[in-house]
Design a protein around this ligand. Structure first.
Ligand code: CP
Length: 347
């Protein structure tokens, strides 16, 4: 048998993208998360374990998964490949003559013997989008693990989507967000950032049937066609809409929700010096009081971390309409519901 044939007989139910889950399943997770928020300590995962594999830094994701697992009676182990655990290779057929000491094929299968869930954070390398868009690290774990895999942010951030949706439902006091005008706005940031949260915001807002406008400086900042097309298809199915605008005033006009995020322009992957002069011309995309005044008393949110007075002003970040802390809190509740829903029954 060749190494490429070493695969689990049946695939566990992973959480790699919300697009793989039915809308009713996502809604049920949010309903359970709201219950857990009012009754947080429950032995739903008593005796179980989760491995949190971080290839990149985190505050919210790391703390909320670790604490959430503990609150449900589970044990969480944090692993940081290349810093405290072995540097890892993940490409199929790789000749491992570089710094990596082990392959994801072994890591995924070994952790599957210890744990009931494996969660993975692996950002793009920002050198070649044609490679990064393959999400090789996450897919290597999903292929070779025999327990469910959770995406803790790779090229999408589905856990953030759950928290975002939960927060909007709480804020508006309804599960039905259809017809809300939702603005996903690009903002300036001194460095090119991951498109993951923008991809995810476009996916979940269109699944929810909102009228979604993606505001960005120009066509260079369009998302990968995979997510642009998925957002359009979602909107067609949910009865919402998905459009792109480069007009700040028109986009903010009568908005009910403003969700801010910065991301790097995909055509400039690996050539960021060429993007910088374009990026530097668009510092005025900052979310400020004047723009928010154009809206329908819109809620503001951001996934965090966010650079104050670069992405959004202090006045917006600290306004009564700002949901940034609520959304961060809801990561905890939503991920507990997720872990309880998918934990392996193997152990
Ligand atoms: N929003 C989010 O994922 O935060 P961290 O990067 O701090 O985990």
């Amino acid at each position: 048998m060749s190494l490429t044939e070493i695969k689990p007989a049946t695939q566990p139910k992973h959480f790699l993208s919300t697009q793989d889950w039915q809308w009713d399943e996502l809604s049920a997770l949010i309903d359970h998360a709201i219950q857990l928020k009012s009754n947080p300590i429950q032995p739903l995962l008593k005796g179980k374990s989760i491995a949190l594999v971080f290839f990149n830094p985190s505050l919210r994701t790391r703390a909320s998964f670790d604490i959430g697992a503990n609150q449900l009676g589970a044990h969480a182990v944090v692993l940081e490949p290349g810093s405290g655990s072995w540097e890892m290779a993940f490409n199929e057929g790789e000749i491992m003559d570089g710094p990596a000491e082990e392959h994801a094929k072994e890591a995924a299968r070994v952790l599957s013997r210890y744990c009931d869930i494996i969660a993975v954070r692996a950002f793009p390398k920002f050198q070649d989008w044609s490679i990064d868009r393959q999400d090789r690290v996450l897919n290597a774990f999903a292929t070779h693990a025999t327990v469910p895999i959770i995406n803790m942010e790779t090229i999408t951030h589905p856990c953030q989507e759950l928290a975002h949706l939960m927060t909007l439902r709480e804020h508006f006091g309804t599960n039905d967000l259809r017809g809300k005008k939702y603005v996903l706005t690009w903002t300036y940031h001194p460095k090119p950032l991951n498109t993951a949260v923008a991809n995810s915001a476009a996916l979940i807002a269109t699944r929810a049937g909102m009228d979604v406008t993606m505001l960005c400086p120009n066509e260079h900042y369009l998302l990968d066609e995979r997510y642009m097309n998925a957002a359009s298809n979602n909107a067609a199915q949910s009865g919402g809409s998905f459009s792109v605008s480069h007009d700040i005033n028109a986009a903010y006009e009568d908005a009910d929700i403003v969700y801010a995020k910065s991301w790097g322009a995909i055509p400039f992957f690996g050539n960021w010096d060429a993007e910088k002069p374009i990026r530097d011309q668009h510092k005025h995309f900052i979310v400020d009081e004047a723009k928010m005044a154009l809206t329908n008393n819109a809620a503001f949110s951001h996934c965090l971390p966010a650079r104050r007075n670069i992405k959004a002003t202090d006045a917006v970040m600290d306004s009564p309409n700002s949901l940034i802390i609520e959304e961060a809190e809801n990561r905890l509740h939503a991920q507990k519901a997720l872990m309880a829903a998918i934990a392996s029954t193997n152990h």
